[in-house]
Ligand binder design. Structure first.
Ligand code: CO
Length: 134
């Protein structure tokens, strides 16, 4: 059911330092920061030949990244995103298998303008999983 790895999202405490690390030390193709107030994050997309990295930094009050950085002050992998062809079919199959779909189970429009859902990390080996419909 799942397809390609769409991206790995890394929460970072210092966005400028993380941009410099990926652009200068790792020599990656780093995009411009984008504020996404409805998600409470500033996102930087890094394009790799086979996937993307998303740097996530808290934006505004009550950012969902704030608590994660509180527990992981140096930053860390926040979630991984798999592509699916049909997000509602994927949701129904997962729910039937007992997996918990976060946020009431209705897809939201994610950072790439496509429908996304998140799956409870406790059901997936401690990893927050995002599904994105292409
Ligand atoms: Co994501």
């Amino acid at each position: 059911m799942i397809g390609r790895l769409n991206h790995v999202a890394i929460a970072v405490p210092d966005l400028g330092a993380a941009i410099a690390l990926y652009r200068d030390a790792l020599g990656a193709d780093v995009g411009a920061p984008q504020d996404e107030p409805e998600h409470g994050v500033t996102v930087v997309f890094i394009t790799l030949p086979n996937t993307k990295i998303e740097l996530l930094h808290p934006l505004g009050e009550n950012s969902p990244i704030e608590g994660f950085l509180g527990k992981n002050p140096a930053g860390g992998i926040h979630h991984i995103c798999y592509e699916v062809a049909d997000i509602l079919a994927a949701r129904d199959k997962l729910a039937a298998s007992g997996a918990r779909v976060l946020g009431g189970g209705e897809p939201k429009i994610g950072a790439h303008g496509k429908p996304v859902l998140f799956l409870h990390p406790k059901d997936f080996n401690g990893t927050l999983i995002e599904l994105e419909q292409l």
